[in-house]
Design a protein around this ligand. Structure first.
Ligand code: C2E
Ligand code: MG
Ligand code: MG
Length: 251
């Protein structure tokens, strides 16, 4: 698997899909999350849930992650040049990337090369990435924030870390994991938990993104509790860049 992934990276066989992130109140597209896709010649499509851990263990994540950042920034800048409304692009990064030497320089280089407005780039990182190296992570994040780029905590609520780190992290948003969104319309405890997470995040001045929104009922619940943004199959699945661009043309 590792060998095949290495070849796929070298032979440019990976692609980027974009899933819209929409305003919870008016359903306008405000951003897109870049998601890596690998269609293996023999095995067919392989889920990132399967290959990202392999990329992390083998170190291939550094090259893959750099490629994703370049593609996403370049595509987002093309949307701007085509005069679509300004939308952010969110790229998933891992702890190893964040803590790698010269990550700030890499971001700066990519922003210069692609000419993307740094305000349009968001970096998504999971809670588990902060457990061991909170203070190192915060220093690097602040350096990158000084470029104008923002950070988002992904899969919020699924890690083992404590709430206290929310005070220390220089982030602009929390993404509530799909596992919290799934039960909101048929389980009062699930609803209470999501409502509370929105409350905590908002009282800290953070934007809240609900992930994995699949039904109109979930949307209405999240809207009533003032969630900022939603992302999920209800609005759109992740799309190839061409299809995403066609979607932008319709708004
Ligand atoms: P994530 O960053 O939390 O991304 C959201 C995942 O939820 C995506 O899965 C997306 O397709 C899926 N999703 C969104 N809306 C719905 C919905 O309504 N229903 C359902 N069932 N699923 C929904 P995907 O693309 O398979 O990616 C899985 C994970 O792999 C991502 O979770 C992220 O952690 C990781 N990943 C993907 N691309 C990259 C990448 O370029 N770099 C890194 N480091 N990780 C990546
Ligand atoms: Mg993500
Ligand atoms: Mg997530």
């Amino acid at each position: 698997m590792e060998t095949r992934l290495r070849q796929a990276i070298e032979q440019n066989l990976l692609s980027v899909y974009y899933q819209p992130i929409v305003d919870c109140q008016n359903e306008e597209i405000c951003g897109a999350e870049a998601l890596c896709r690998w269609n293996d010649k023999e095995r067919g499509p392989i889920s990132p849930l399967e290959f990202i851990p392999i990329a992390e263990e083998s170190g291939l994540i550094m090259g893959l992650g750099k490629w994703m950042l370049e593609q996403a920034c370049s595509d987002a800048q093309k949307w701007q040049e085509k005069n679509f409304k300004p939308i952010t692009v969110s790229v998933n990064i891992t702890q190893a990337q964040l803590l790698s030497k010269n990550f700030r320089e890499l971001i700066l280089e990519i922003l210069k090369k692609t000419k993307l407005d740094p305000q349009l780039l968001k970096l998504e990182i999971t809670e588990s990435a902060f457990i061991q190296n909170l203070s190192d992570a915060v220093v690097i994040m602040k350096e990158i924030i000084s470029l104008g780029v923002r950070f988002v905590v992904d899969d919020f609520g699924t890690g083992y870390s404590s709430l206290s780190y929310l005070r220390e992290l220089p982030i602009c948003a929390l993404k509530i994991d799909k596992s919290f969104i799934d039960p909101i319309t048929h389980n009062s405890q699930g609803a209470a938990l999501t409502q509370s997470i929105i409350g905590i995040g908002k009282s800290l001045g953070l934007e809240i993104v609900a992930e994995g929104v699949e039904s109109k009922e979930q949307l209405l619940f999240l809207r009533a509790y003032q969630c900022s943004y939603i992302q999920g199959y209800l609005f759109s699945k992740p799309l190839p860049q061409v299809d995403f661009e066609n979607l932008l043309k319709t708004i």
